[in-house]
Ligand binder design. Structure first.
Ligand code: AMP
Ligand code: ZN
Length: 668
């Protein structure tokens, strides 16, 4: 196989695996194997720029920067939808359209996904460009950003698609991904996003496509538009789109009557709260494309479709008190404490007021009756105040000027919406929050020590920072409430064990603002020790892959503070890993941990024994015969035919010497 074929082969394999993972949610290889293939392709493409392909799976990670998005005229206009709110509205609509077309009507009912609309043009089966709706006639060319969304096919499957057509869909962020992303942002001291819809549409216009690639965006397709399509109904269109590789939710249903349409609506009005993404209604479309064409469009919307908007469930309740929470980074969040009220199947007691500007904008005050809404959204939202119920003695809310926990005057940095308590080392929730972060699973993973115990230890004044954990003594812990002998032992053992946690995770555990897991890994591998990192200047730091100004500055600030350097000194003395360990430096890693290899055949680059040794020094196991437990077979020349057959029946991947070597060298 020549290089070109090899590249083509890898691209098509990766495309298929990508499709299985992101569109079907049914992967057949591990993430690790996927990454290996991707890296292999990346290397080949770097070496052979003559085979560049704008639709290669390697370009999903982004990297292009767009200063200004070009305006592009849509091939086919993007319309809006008329709204309806009741069965009567729908019956009126049906009456109107029945006058305009012949024949029986039936309808496709779909969910109305709540995100940002997109039109993706395909030419000869390849993604050509992606354009936002804009004013419907022209929009912004956001192709580089859309290409990073894994569920958007860059190359189509099948062969019956028109030369050129538009796939229309909605860019959304699934709710669970949204929550996770916000938790991660709060973890590194960044402001959380307000809701999935705005975040999705904001993401499309980011200048840095690598940042877009990191956002958990998804694309749900609901229409295909072309001069001619190989289908005759909307329902078949959805099916076709699926065949060509698009992600099309399977909730759509055909309905013959408005009663059936209402059944669909009523079902989803209740069940929408369990969907993985947000929806704000249903879209009802005349199913027959011929009839759609006869019906045509008004100035703004198709006559052949109508949206039914779910009523956002809304209640009025008393705002009893506004309280303020202090986060680990000192960020203040105002919280509305409500008189408990039932809303969309849950009891709502609290709602976030976000920040001082929001309070001012809504002019909410304690004692007000407020409207609370839970529509498509996950988190209840305060819409406004029922002014008719405002008590006569009411006064505007004075935003706090001092920290509710430590009374330090708050600050607000330019350009940030949030207030902060600057008393980083003396403010209890910040002290507790930092230690909780330090011990968390992704950081030092200290078994036997939970968040509540941390708070207890801080309140009992046994610890005031994470270095203090390593001085804790059995005698200090035993008298504490809820501390049996066994739990004390577990706790101390957990702390002892954390001394083996690798440097990159320790670095994450330190809680440097903007240094999340990935950044910590990058920095640890680049600098190899805390001493080297500590001496790095901003100019040097920004040279490291993916480290920008903001992160660099935050790292330098952290080490400039003598409190931090003395904590690090203490961690060092306690035996915590503050550099890459000798083993790792000697090439001993845990890259292959949990994997079992069978080695077969003759090798060129290294001997069989060297190969086995490499497997072991990297944490893998070597077995002599193939079984279900085998993860990979490293095959050299003249691999035994019986081994080969066995590998095939058990579906165990066979990799070459080169692939294996890459596996242990390219892992970042
Ligand atoms: P509106 O913006 O309220 O006029 O509604 C029209 C928008 O709804 C379209 O631009 C689409 O982005 C969006 N939409 C979401 N789901 C669907 C769907 N299943 N069918 C058609 N449009 C949809
Ligand atoms: Zn404070």
């Amino acid at each position: 196989m020549d290089v070109k074929q090899e590249i083509e082969q890898l691209r098509s394999e990766l495309r298929e695996h990508n499709y299985r993972y992101y569109v079907l949610s049914d992967p057949i290889i591990s993430d690790y194997e996927f990454d290996q293939k991707l890296k292999k392709l990346q290397l080949l493409e770097e070496k052979h720029p003559e085979f560049y392909d704008p639709n290669s799976p390697t370009l999903r990670v982004g990297g292009d920067i767009t200063k200004n998005f070009n305006t592009v005229v849509h091939d086919f206009r993007m319309y809006s939808l008329d709204n309806s709110y009741s069965l009567e509205d729908l019956l009126d609509w049906e009456k109107r359209i029945k006058k305009l077309v012949d024949g029986d009507l039936n309808y496709t009912c779909e969910l109305k996904y709540d995100g940002a609309s997109i039109s993706i043009t395909y030419q000869d089966g390849k993604l050509l460009r992606a354009v936002t709706r804009g004013d419907g006639i022209q929009g912004d060319d956001v192709t580089v950003n859309i290409k990073t969304i894994r569920s958007v096919p860059l190359v189509l499957k099948g062969n019956d698609f028109p030369n050129r057509f538009d796939a229309r869909g909605e860019i959304i962020i699934p709710i669970s991904d949204f929550i996770k992303m916000n938790e991660e942002r709060e973890d590194i001291g960044e402001e959380p996003f307000k809701n999935p819809r705005n975040t999705a549409s904001g993401s499309l216009k980011l200048q840095d496509s690598a940042e877009v690639a990191r956002r958990p965006l998804d694309c749900l397709i609901y229409a295909l538009v072309a001069e001619k399509l190989p289908v005759s109904t909307q329902f078949e269109t959805l099916q076709k789109a699926r065949e060509w590789g698009f992600k099309v939710p399977d909730v759509a249903k055909l309905a013959g009557t408005m009663e059936e349409v209402m059944e669909f609506i009523n079902y989803w009005d209740v069940h929408r709260h369990n969907l993985p993404y947000e929806t704000d209604g249903v879209v009802i479309k005349v199913n027959n494309l011929q009839q759609q064409e006869e019906l045509g469009y008004t100035a703004k919307a198709p006559r052949w479709a109508i949206a039914y908007k779910f009523k956002a469930e809304r209640v009025a309740t008393l705002l009893e008190k506004i309280t303020y929470q202090v986060g680990r980074t000192g960020a203040i969040t105002p919280v509305a404490n409500l008189k408990p009220v039932a809303l969309a199947g849950t009891i709502v007691k609290r709602a976030s007021l976000h920040n001082a500007d929001q309070i001012k904008k809504l002019d909410v005050r304690e004692g007000d009756t407020v409207f609370v809404e839970k529509g498509g959204e996950i988190i209840p939202k305060i819409l406004g105040v029922d002014l008719t119920k405002r008590p006569p003695n009411s006064k505007p809310t004075q935003y706090i000027t001092n920290c509710p926990e430590c009374n330090t005057p708050l600050i607000r940095k330019e350009g940030e919406a949030q207030h902060y308590c600057p008393n980083t080392y003396g403010c209890p929730p910040q002290i507790i929050g930092r230690i909780q972060h330090f011990i968390s699973r992704k950081a030092m993973d200290i078994d036997g020590l939970g968040d509540e115990t941390v708070a207890q230890l801080v309140n009992e004044k046994l610890i005031t920072n994470y270095a203090d954990l390593y001085n804790l003594k059995k005698e200090q812990l035993l008298p504490l409430e809820r501390m049996a002998k066994k739990s004390v032992e577990n706790l101390l053992q957990g702390i002892e064990k954390s001394k083996n946690i690798p440097f990159e995770r320790v670095l994450f555990a330190l809680g440097i603002r903007h240094v999340g897991e990935t950044v910590a890994k990058k920095l640890a591998r680049h600098y190899k020790s805390i001493d080297a990192l500590q001496n790095a200047s901003i100019e040097e730091l920004v040279q490291v892959d993916e480290i920008g100004e903001i992160i660099a500055k935050s790292v330098v600030d952290f080490f400039q503070n003598p409190i931090n350097t003395s904590l690090i000194e203490r961690l060092k003395n306690a035996g915590v890993q503050l550099k890459i360990s000798e083993e790792e430096l000697k090439g001993q890693t845990t890259i292959l941990q949990g994997k079992t290899f069978v080695v077969s055949g003759a090798f060129h680059k290294i001997s069989r024994n060297e190969l086995k040794k490499l497997i072991e020094t990297n944490g893998g196991k070597v077995a002599s015969s193939i079984s279900k437990k085998t993860t990979y077979i490293v095959a050299g020349e003249n691999m035994g035919p019986s081994k080969k057959a066995k590998a095939e029946t058990l579906n165990i991947p066979i990799i070459s010497e080169e692939e294996f070597l890459q596996m242990i060298t390219n892992t970042i």
